[in-house]
Design a protein around this ligand. Structure first.
Ligand SMILES: NC(=O)c1ccc[n+]([C@@H]2O[C@H](COP(=O)([O-])OP(=O)(O)OC[C@H]3O[C@@H](n4cnc5c(N)ncnc54)[C@H](O)[C@@H]3O)[C@@H](O)[C@H]2O)c1
Length: 342
């Protein structure tokens, strides 16, 4: 399938349709982003393989494909397994590289596992593409964490990079490998740097992952959501269908090859306001402010919101879902099946 340019992409309303009949591999496919992408692709008639190791402490959940079983193939493979990955990569034309160890805290406690999963496995994936399937398109899920504490806002792609923890470093290295494979080897690789992304199918259990799922769990349990600091630290929140839309565009876009682009949202919001709104939507839970614990303060980045002008120009992409709408949809999803997620 030939890639298309930005002009043609600007006329596309549902980019999933560009994958009708395509062979698509999604690593981390039983996780939050991977499964939501799987739903969009399956609905559009793509032939999808979701790869996931379902390591117990990570975000993969078999319930995430309820509704598309039979429409997608699942390979219970660890992305560190080079032989199994070689087979899978040679048979797919589009690869969304979403498998990852996502906890910042765990990356500090066990940086070598973080490096293996987030960096070495990605480098191996790119090597396998170069050797076995050099025409494949690869889109990497990068993170705003690579910027560290913002020096200016909104943060654009020219902002200095100084990640504050091992997870940010392993993600940055993986992203740079994608860029290098595009430049040196002509691989169709692109990276999208995501900001806080939220929505259905995200793991709510655990204490060391991103803050949004922890807030959602606490609200459902009618517990107090503790926010460190004054609660005014701003973030831009992207609803998962908007993120999926950007990834789908990137995978088909000739002008995206070799580019690294921020995703973001035009209406950043304070954390306390976000958590208050969440409790209002759930109908339970409350918010309290507390002083920073020293080990958390060291890796906190303060205010962050990104410029997504480059992604808008290149992918003809804009987020369409506001926080109130996104949270309402999120909670509607979890309410009847909350036990499956925490
Ligand atoms: N959700 C966000 O807000 C956000 C923000 C920035 C970046 N990202 C990046 O996007 C990617 C996907 O994130 P997510 O939110 O969907 O997380 P997630 O934890 O829900 O999904 C990651 C998936 O990878 C799988 N996985 C982990 N190690 C694996 C291995 N060794 N082999 C095979 N599968 C493995 C997990 O089982 C899980 O299903 C991650 O790389 C993450 O760093 C996410």
């Amino acid at each position: 399938m030939a890639a298309i340019d930005t002009n043609s992409l600007s006329a596309v309303e549902n980019p999933a349709e560009l994958y009708d009949g395509a062979n698509v591999l999604v690593t981390g496919g039983l996780g939050f982003l991977g499964s939501n992408l799987g739903f969009a692709l399956a609905a559009a008639g793509a032939s999808v393989t979701l790869v996931d190791s379902l390591l117990p402490q990570y975000g993969g959940n078999p319930h995430n494909i309820e509704g598309i079983q039979g429409k997608v193939a699942v390979s219970y493979t660890d992305v560190r397994d080079s032989y199994a990955m070689a087979y899978l990569i040679s048979r797919h034309d589009f690869i969304f590289n979403f498998a990852g160890q996502v906890s910042h805290r765990d990356s500090i406690d066990d940086p070598l596992t973080d490096l293996e999963i987030n960096t070495s496995a990605s480098l191996n994936l790119l090597e396998l593409v170069r050797k076995n399937n050099p025409g494949a398109s690869v889109v990497y899920a990068g993170t705003r964490q690579v910027y560290g504490r913002p020096e200016y806002l909104p943060v654009d792609e020219k902002h200095p990079l100084h990640p504050t923890d091992a997870n940010g470093i392993s993600n940055l290295a993986a992203e740079m490998y994608h860029g290098m494979y595009a430049e040196l080897h002509g691989i169709r690789a692109t990276s999208l740097r995501m900001t806080n992304t939220y929505g259905p199918r995200q793991r709510l259990a655990g204490t060391t992952q991103a803050f949004v799922p922890i807030f959602v769990r606490k609200a459902f349990r009618d517990e107090t959501i503790t926010i460190y600091g004054d609660g005014n630290q701003r973030r831009d929140f992207v609803y998962v269908t908007d993120a999926v839309d950007a990834f789908l565009r990137a995978g088909r876009c000739a002008d995206a090859v070799g580019k690294i682009m921020n995703l973001g949202h035009p209406d950043p919001m304070g954390l306390k306001d976000f958590a208050d709104l969440l409790c209002e939507v759930v109908g339970t839970g409350r918010v309290a402010l507390a002083p920073w614990p020293p080990d958390y303060e060291k890796i906190d980045i303060g205010d962050y919101y990104g410029s997504f002008e480059l992604a808008s120009k290149t992918l003809a992409w804009r987020p369409t879902v506001g926080v109130k709408d996104g949270l309402t949809r999120t909670i509607e999803f979890y309410r009847p099946r909350i036990a499956e997620y925490m």
